[in-house]
Design a protein around this ligand. Structure first.
Ligand SMILES: Nc1ncnc2c1ncn2[C@@H]1O[C@H](COP(=O)(O)OP(=O)(O)OP(=O)(O)O)[C@@H](O)[C@H]1O
Ligand SMILES: [Mg+2]
Length: 231
């Protein structure tokens, strides 16, 4: 579904991704992109969702060159990105936020919404509450639920654990595991250990380069990872 080949990305003169190659297929459950602050994880997801143009290299999304697709096309094709900042409409209610996710698919809205509420019952309980007054974990669930409304084939989740206590992170990760049974999930994390325990496969990104890629279990045993992240 996604092929990234020798991708480089720069902000003006500042290059932040170098020669990234990766592949995500329909048979993937959860693919993690792990690395420290500033490694380039968010930049990579923004490039996949068409928000940043590559400097060189190519990204093929659902068999089309990403340069030919607008960010809206990319969502319609089935790549949905839940950004790090969640971008909720904080003054609007939970249900209004969820409805905003469905602009690609009005007729099936109710059925998909029922699925989202089944996955996140708390969102149904709080459907009339202002999004900005939800707890951090509830807001994260709302952001994911809104993303699901667009019926993604690939759901890209940027740094789910930001601002969440470890117990809430675990709860959100359990939901992600459930989602991954139907949708391929790409997630970025600086909590490398937790992400590798959740993912099937992972890429380790450091200073804008992929320095390791393997099954998540194998990476958990990799000395480079243990030394740097898993003290
Ligand atoms: N809009 C921008 N303009 C200039 N530089 C940027 C911009 N956005 C990000 N950068 C730089 O690009 C590098 C990669 O940033 P990015 O946000 O992709 O990292 P990240 O891996 O997501 O980090 P974090 O774990 O902190 O979210 C950083 O050095 C950052 O300062
Ligand atoms: Mg980031």
């Amino acid at each position: 579904m996604i092929t990234v080949d020798e991708l480089s990305v720069a902000y003006g003169d500042l290059q932040v991704l170098w020669d990234i190659s990766m592949e995500v297929t329909e048979s993937d459950g959860i693919v993690a992109i792990v690395g420290s602050n500033g490694a380039g994880k968010t930049t990579l997801l923004k490039t996949l969702s068409g928000l940043i143009k590559p400097k060189s290299g190519s990204v093929t999304l659902f068999e089309e060159d990403i340069n030919t697709l607008s960010p809206e096309d990319i969502v319609r094709q089935g790549f949905v990105h839940v950004p790090e900042a969640r971008n909720l409409f904080t003054e609007m209610t939970v249900i209004e936020n969820i409805e905003m996710g469905a602009y690609t698919n009005r007729e099936e809205r109710q059925r998909i919404m029922d699925d989202v509420f089944e996955l996140f019952p708390v969102l149904q309980e709080r459907r009339k509450q202002q999004a900005g007054t939800l707890s951090g974990g509830e807001q994260q669930m709302l952001a994911i639920g809104r993303g699901l409304m667009a019926q993604p084939k690939v759901l890209a989740l940027d740094e789910l654990s930001v601002g969440l206590a470890p117990m809430l992170t675990r709860r959100v990760f359990e939901k992600v595991e459930a989602i991954s049974e139907e949708v391929t999930v790409i997630l970025t994390e600086q909590h490398v250990n937790e992400a590798l325990e959740l993912a099937d496969r992972a890429y380790l990104l450091e200073n804008g380069r992929i320095i390791a890629e393997d099954d998540a279990d194998a990476l958990l045993d990799d000395n480079r990872i243990i030394r740097t992240y898993l003290r």
